[in-house]
Structure formats: C-alpha cells, structure tokens
Design a protein around this ligand. Structure first.
Ligand SMILES: *[C@@H]1O[C@H](CO)[C@@H](O)[C@H](O)[C@H]1NC(C)=O
Ligand SMILES: *[C@@H]1O[C@H](CO)[C@@H](O)[C@H](O)[C@H]1NC(C)=O
Length: 428
C-alpha cells in the first residue's frame, strides 16, 4: 500500500514540475518578445501575418493574467503591422502622384530634381511652405490652395493646444518654436500634448490634412499614435503649415540658420474685415487677443516692422501678401507665391482655383465662395460706429498696410478700402 502511495506521490510531483517548467518557458518566451527591439517594417511584415497575431502566443492558461498579457501583446503587434501597412500603401500613392511632377531643379533656390531629394525617410529635405497670420485673415483659403498641391502634408495650426492667445516673446515663443521644429522634422514623439489635444475631441488638428485624415478614417486605432504620424509624415515631399498664434519676430530663428529651407509668407488682412469675421466665432469674445482691436493692430504694426527687416535680410525665404490682393486676383498671386515656395503650379491647384473662387456655396469657414467679394463683406455687416472705433485703434496699422479709412456710413458701403503699401524699414 505504501508502495502504491509513493508511486502516486511521485506522479503528482512530476506533474507539478512539468507544470512549472511549462509556465516558465511561456513566460520567458513572452519576455523575450517584449524586450526585443522594435523590428523594422520589412522584418515585421515577413514574420507576422494578421492571422497569426491573434493566436500567438496561445496558452491554455486562461486566467486574467495571461489573457491580459496576450491581449496587450497582440494589440501592440497588430498596431505595428497596421502602421507598416498603411505607410507602405501611402508610399505607393505618393510615388504614383509624383510620376509626372515638374521638379524645381535649381529654380527659386531649390535644387530637388527627383522624389527622394524631398523625402525625409530617404534623407531628403521636403519643401516647407509656411503661412503666418492671425485668426480670420483668409488663411483657410490660402491654406487650402497650398493643400490642393499633390503629395502635401498639411500641418494645420500646429499651436492649437496653446489656446486662444498670441505668442509674442520667450519663454512661450521658445516652446512654440520647438513644437514647429519637431513638426517640420516629422518628429511626433515629442508632440504628445498636441496629439492628445486632437485625440480628445479636437479632430480639426488632423482633418484638414487630406491624406492623413483619409487614413485616419480607415485606421482609427493608429491615427493618433505618434509612431504612425511620424512615419507617415516622413513620406511626404511637401509640407505646408498654417500658423495663426505666433507673431512674426520669433520666426527669425528658422530664417537665420535655415538648414530646413523653410519659406514663410506673412498673410495680412484689413483689421475691419478680421474683426467682423471674428464676431461670428463663439470662442472669440472672451479672449482679448482675439476681440480687442488694440491688440490686433499693435501686432500688425510690429509685424510690419519685422516684415520690412525680413524682406531685406531674407528676400528668398520671406514674403508678404494681403488677403484682399490675393482674393481679387487669385490666379496671378497664387502663381507668384508658388514660384516663391518652389512649388509647381500644378493642374490640381488650377482646378482648385477654378472651383473655389467663383460661386458662393457652403458655410462660414467654407472656401467655396466668390473670393472677390469675401474680403469686403464687412462693409455691409459692420455699423459705421464699429468701423470708426476700429479705425481709431488701428490708425497706424492701416496706414502702414495700405488700408483706406471709411469716412461715413454711405462712403463705407461702396468705397475701395485697399490702396498701395510698401515695406519701409522704419528703424532705418
Ligand atoms: C460721405 O463722405 C463722402 C466722401 O467724403 C462725401 O462725398 C459725402 O457727402 C459724405 N456723406 C455724408 C452723408 O456725410
Ligand atoms: C501706388 O503705386 C503707384 C504705382 O506703383 C504709384 O504711382 C502711386 O503713387 C502709389 N500710391 C501710393 C498712395 O503709394
């Protein structure tokens, strides 16, 4: 009997040993996978298929610990494979779109003559076209014109998460410039604040970026993952950026040592038009940087002085345009701006102008409108008293930028508010 008992006891012991051995094996397998450096896209692709991911690592230990580990492991791997797939797909789309592109090839100081020259993942340098302006100054219109160019990655309001403020000086401007620098370099690993701002119910951080948003609709899981956005962004030969929260002076940092090749256009609009347009925005009235004509126009004066200096120091990388001039003659101004940026005036851009500058359809922020009339609505929508108040606060800014004063109610309704201006260095 004791023999029989010890026999059973031995079997019992052996079972326990085998059990622990198996467990240990599983766990070290798991650790090995977790501690592996992240595989390159190609490796990942060849090693894994979606199918396998859901079954590896399978264990028969179905307690919460193991299913948790299995879950995170599988989700993580699926995300990495999905990122690699979408990036590869986009790479092909861009190559196709760029087949007949006319490269600058030495014109306008830009020497790119093939796609790789402009693609970060191939150690190239994309063309980086910046619009610097303030809220409601026509930047949606100009931003969409730039974005109608093929293979463009649109950094839409990169400083959205700073709130409704104007950034003028350090230390805030230093932080802002760091953000811009990371975006130009497509390094989203340090932009978690921006990404989480977008992820948490501010989709317009991304939804103006046509190519990115299209993929985001299909691949919601990876859309706000910094690893995805970084790789995705690095595929694009063209980047455009619209900035409405930072004044011109701090941007000198990019023009001074311009190894990124950033080109900046300052977009200016009649303060009466700006303030009329802002009245329709519910986020505006509580923020002085937004509703106060004094703040707007003192920024316009300091931007004027900076612009006068920049246009002498950086004639190839800095330009000014007024929204009114652009709207009245969108074709010739767009052509000139594209030359300045080094961009080809592509048929897509022409088509965009054909369809967006003639009729008036769509809502407030729509750029489907009669572009010739859009900048001048304020003449009918503002009372003469409101106009007078703005003109008092904005006297100097309006003179510098070539805007004509309305003299009375009747005059306001029909006069031409735009005249010449020239950039003179007022400190000289
Ligand atoms: C408004 O100003 C215009 C231009 O100076 C002038 O000709 C006109 O008489 C003025 N109208 C009124 C009602 O004051
Ligand atoms: C506007 O420009 C034209 C031609 O360049 C010039 O003759 C005229 O004097 C300018 N007007 C003002 C107000 O600067």
């Amino acid at each position: 009997m004791s023999r029989k008992l010890s026999f059973y006891f031995l079997i019992f012991l052996a079972t326990i040993c085998i059990f622990f051995l198996a467990l240990n094996q599983r766990y070290s397998n798991y650790l090995e996978h977790r501690l592996q450096p992240i595989l390159s896209d190609a490796e990942l692709r060849s090693r894994m298929k979606y199918q396998e991911l859901f079954t590896v690592p399978t264990t028969k230990y179905d307690d919460p610990f193991w299913s948790y580990i299995r879950g995170t492991y599988a989700m993580e791997s699926v995300a990495l494979v999905e990122i690699a797939d979408v990036v590869e797909q986009q790479r092909r789309i861009i190559q196709k779109e760029m087949e007949d592109y006319v490269y600058p090839n030495g014109k306008y100081d830009v020497y790119a003559n093939k796609l790789d020259d402009l693609v970060i993942e191939k150690q190239g340098n994309p063309l980086r076209s910046v619009i610097l302006t303030t809220w409601r100054s026509g930047s949606t219109f100009l931003g969409d014109i730039l974005n109608s160019h093929p293979a463009n990655f649109y950094h839409y309001e990169p400083l959205l998460h700073f709130g409704i403020i104007q950034i003028r000086d350090p230390p805030l401007s230093d932080e802002a410039l760091e953000n811009l620098d990371s975006m130009f370099k497509c390094d989203y690993s340090s932009l978690e604040r921006y990404l989480s701002f977008g992820r948490n119910s501010h989709p317009w951080v991304f939804n103006h970026n046509t190519y990115l948003w299209k993929q985001c609709q299909l691949h919601k899981r990876i859309c706000w993952d910094n690893r995805f956005v970084t790789k995705f962004c690095k595929l694009f030969p063209f980047q455009s950026m619209k900035i409405v929260r930072l004044r011109l002076q701090p941007m000198e940092k990019f023009l001074e040592q311009n190894e990124l090749g950033v080109k900046i256009v300052l977009l200016i609009r009649d303060p009466r038009g700006v303030l009329q347009s802002r009245k329709h925005r519910d986020w505006c009235p509580s923020e002085p940087d937004c509703f106060d004509p004094t703040a707007l126009c003192s920024d316009m004066v300091s931007d004027y002085n900076t612009a006068a200096r920049f246009s002498k120091l950086y004639p190839n990388t800095f330009r000014v345009i007024r929204y009114e001039d652009l709207s009245v003659d969108p074709y010739s101004h767009t052509e000139k701006l594209f030359e300045f940026y080094g961009l080809h005036f592509h048929e897509n851009v022409q088509r965009f102008l054909d369809t967006h500058t003639k009729t008036d359809i769509g809502g407030l922020s729509s750029t489907f409108r009669n572009s010739k009339a859009a900048p001048f609505h304020w003449r009918n929508d503002l009372d003469f008293e409101e106009v007078e108040e703005i003109q008092q606060e904005c006297n100097l800014a309006m003179k510098l930028w070539g805007y004509v004063f309305a003299l009375n109610e009747t005059h306001q309704r029909y006069f031409d508010p735009v005249t010449n201006y020239s950039l003179r260095d007022s400190e000289a």
